[in-house]
Design a protein around this ligand. Structure first.
Ligand code: MSP
Length: 524
């Protein structure tokens, strides 16, 4: 049920650095966010899905310099030519896209910071120590290996600056209590354990300004300094929905409807920022902390985190040109348990494409449409109910829903694809092509075809959040767009109500859902 006043399910992705174009690691997080928010929308919830770009800091500034342009021009170009088009191509249905150079963000960051200063959470101090520009992070000795950042493998800089500090250490007891009381606030368990160990190991205050360059948001009371890029970036989740605005204003109302975020989706590389610094900032401002920070694993290439800086980055289009967008969206969530690392392999992706998408799902749909054309003149026959199939569907919906909302994408997709296998088994077992030969078994034939069609109706709805374009094509070939309405309006809770596909509606032979890969090669 959609209630316009109800709190929105609010999900965010990290805002990505615009020092380069997106690679499949960035796309992995963004697709996961898109699938989860589409699932929640199909549950009938109000949803708000935010992504965006992190544009300040030394890393972006240095990249712009190396490309002989200003940081702002560089960011504008990358956002317009690379980031937004990539998300559009991957069918990402974000509700908003925030850039940290936008006035709506900068103004709210300054106001927030001034508030923390006024309430005594900020003081002037001296920072001396290592900094990794790749991570944009002040490092601890344990984060380094022979003077190099363990993530980027590059030497760190030694900084010695007079900076403004945030009293992060003051929030350690409250954070520990929070995670002990709300284990769901940081997942998976391995991530929560890491955060707790980090908190229990002692946390120092955080330098939140930089004085040696100016590509950032000026500290409002000391404009020679700019706000530390992570302090600036983390705030995007709240500035984008009206942080600090008058409660009666549009921004204030948006904030009340959205905050706190339900899920911050992040890679495990940026867990501590999200599970330690960010909630402490919110606590300092007396704001509610997010419901959940979920840290997923890394996509690995040759056993290492895939990254552009190590030249192992693969562009999403390298994969979608060959397999299509929906297979891309499906593959990573299906193949890798969310929360674990996983390697991308061309062979594994080809194998799953062929067996799960083309054979199990695509062929099932095309066989059904062909049989309805052949045996029923292209018209869905009278409603029939196979109790066993209907019971498996009800179980599938319950399992898939539970898994998806728990961010167990693999579990959710598996249960749906198991149902797909079950429907294939039903067709094989019932042998409609044999039944069709006997005039006396016409009713039986019609029932087999109706049951198969209605099961495919359910599959299309359940897979729609994962593979929207393909499922829309299938939906219209079932004629369901004209009778049941838009596929996105079909509710998860209603999927297992058997017999929804109206008899008498006309099927249309559509494009092959998952063309054979060789044919694609020829078509290129
Ligand atoms: N700008 C910061 C985030 C600020 S959020 C307030 C940042 N940006 S990033 O461009 O480096 O993106 C990091 C995120 O991209 C990771 O947390 C993860 O979500 C995704 N990934 C980047 N490389 C990845 C892999 N190799 N594998 C999986 N995800 C990856 O950090």
């Amino acid at each position: 049920m959609t209630m316009s006043g109800a709190k929105s399910f609010y999900l965010t992705t990290p805002i990505y650095y615009v020092n380069d174009a997106p690679h499949i690691g960035h796309a992995y997080t963004t697709v996961a966010g898109d699938v989860l928010t589409r699932w929640h929308r199909q549950r009938g919830e109000n949803v708000w899905f935010l992504t965006g770009t992190d544009e300040h800091g030394e890393k972006v500034m240095n990249t712009a310099k190396a490309n002989n342009t200003s940081p702002q021009d560089w960011c504008d170009r990358l956002v317009t030519d690379a980031w937004k088009p990539n998300w559009k191509a991957l069918n990402i249905a974000n509700d908003d896209f925030i850039r940290t150079t936008e006035p709506r963000h900068e103004e709210r960051v300054q106001r927030f910071l001034q508030g923390l200063k006024d309430s005594g959470h900020i003081y002037l101090g001296k920072y001396e120590g290592p900094y990794c520009i790749g991570c944009e992070e002040f490092k601890l000795p344990a984060d380094l290996d022979e003077g190099k950042c363990v993530i980027h493998g590059r030497p760190v800089e030694m900084l010695s600056e007079e900076n403004w500090f945030f009293k992060l250490s003051a929030f350690v007891p409250a954070l520990i209590e929070h995670y002990k009381k709300h284990p769901e606030a940081c997942e998976p368990t391995s991530a929560r354990n890491e955060v707790l160990a980090f908190l229990e190991g002692g946390v120092t205050d955080l330098s939140i300004s930089r004085s040696t360059f100016d590509w950032g948001i000026p500290v409002p009371w000391d404009t020679k300094q700019v706000v530390y890029v992570w302090f600036d970036a983390l705030l995007n989740y709240a500035t984008a929905v009206g942080l600090g605005d008058d409660p009666a204003s549009e921004g204030g109302r948006k904030f009340a409807q959205t905050w706190p975020a339900d899920v911050h989706l992040v890679g495990k590389d940026i867990l501590r920022f999200h599970a330690v610094i960010w909630p402490a900032m919110l606590m300092a401002a007396n704001l509610p902390v997010p419901g959940k920070v979920f840290a997923h694993g890394w996509l690995l290439v040759a056993g290492e985190k895939m990254s552009k800086s190590k030249l192992t980055g693969i562009a999403p289009s390298d994969i979608t040109d060959h397999f299509g967008v929906d297979a891309f969206r499906y593959y990573f969530l299906r193949a890798i348990p969310f929360g674990s690392d996983g390697s991308f392999s061309w062979e594994d992706m080809s194998a799953r494409y062929t067996s799960e998408l083309a054979n199990d799902f695509g062929n099932l749909a095309s066989r059904l449409i062909a049989m309805i054309e052949k045996y029923c003149d292209g018209v869905i026959p009278a409603v029939a109910k196979d109790d066993a199939l209907a019971a498996v569907l009800a179980e599938t919906v319950a399992t898939a829903d539970k898994a998806m909302i728990a961010l167990d994408f693999q579990g959710g997709i598996n249960s749906i694809m198991d149902f797909c296998k079950r429907v294939n088994g039903f067709v094989t077992e019932k042998e409609p092509w044999v039944v069709a030969k006997e005039v006396a078994r016409q009713a039986e034939l019609m029932a087999i075809l109706y049951n198969t069609a209605d099961a495919i109706r359910a599959l299309a709805v359940l897979l729609h959040p994962v593979m929207p374009a393909t499922c829309e094509v299938l939906w219209s070939s079932l004629g369901a767009d004209k009778t049941l309405g838009a596929i996105g309006d079909q509710r998860i809770a209603d999927v297992s109500n058997w017999g929804q596909l109206p008899s008498g509606s006309r099927v249309v032979k559509g494009a092959v859902l998952f063309p054979r890969l060789e044919e694609k090669e020829v078509a290129k």
